[in-house]
Design a protein around this ligand. Structure first.
Ligand SMILES: CC(C)(COP(=O)(O)OP(=O)(O)OC[C@H]1O[C@@H](n2cnc3c(N)ncnc32)[C@H](O)[C@@H]1OP(=O)(O)O)[C@@H](O)C(=O)NCCC(=O)NCCS
Length: 162
């Protein structure tokens, strides 16, 4: 079951948020825990909407989005939406939870005048890229240097909703 949740619920599940952000993050590490809390606050203050995936009543995954609506005089009034985060706890992966989160986001966006859903990810993250391709996103370009020297760039993927 997927529903809109408060960021507070994610603050209570820091390891879940850590897994989604980067494998190297450990919510037990005080510096990482602070970084994770600050990141959630930044997203919240930017107007993010959070979706929780529940398995047996337990929060087992989540996603966040940021919607950009525009007045009719700008871009024909078409809005867009960025998928900011999506992740599912390890033991619940590959059972359709990620797809269910995307479906709930799509339903949330359906009545709005939103032209596309887009996101970026690490260009070598095969697992995530496979997931997005399976869910009808298409690669739209890579920005180099974002993750530092020697690393791959940031890959953008997009899916038209209209
Ligand atoms: C990406 C993620 C959200 C997918 O969630 P999920 O619940 O497993 O997704 P679904 O069950 O709906 O879809 C599974 C599909 O995703 C891809 N996938 C998921 N895990 C994978 C893995 N370990 N290796 C390869 N492909 C994988 C495959 O295409 C898979 O389809 P398949 O099982 O038929 O091969 C999940 O793997 C995750 O939380 N990853 C860590 C966080 C992350 O990378 N987030 C995205 C960063 S931008």
């Amino acid at each position: 079951m997927v529903k809109i949740i408060d960021a507070e619920l994610l603050r209570a599940a820091p390891q879940l948020v850590a897994f989604v952000e980067a494998d190297a993050l450990d919510a037990q590490n005080p510096a990482h825990a602070t970084w994770l809390r600050e990141k959630l606050t930044r997203l919240e203050q930017g107007g993010a909407v959070f979706f929780g995936y529940f398995a047996g009543g337990r929060l087992a995954g989540f996603a966040s989005i940021q919607v950009e609506m525009r007045p009719p005089e700008v871009c024909g009034g078409w809005g867009s939406c960025e998928l900011l985060q999506i992740g599912v706890e390890e033991q619940s992966r590959r059972q359709g939870a990620g797809k269910a989160l995307l479906r709930a986001i799509e339903e949330y966006l359906a009545p709005k005048h939103i032209y596309c859903l887009y996101l970026h990810t690490y260009a070598r993250d095969r697992r995530a890229i496979s997931f997005y391709l399976k869910n009808r996103f298409v690669p739209a370009g890579t920005v180099p240097h974002v993750y530092g020297p020697g690393a791959e760039g940031m890959l953008f993927l997009v899916r038209r909703l209209q």
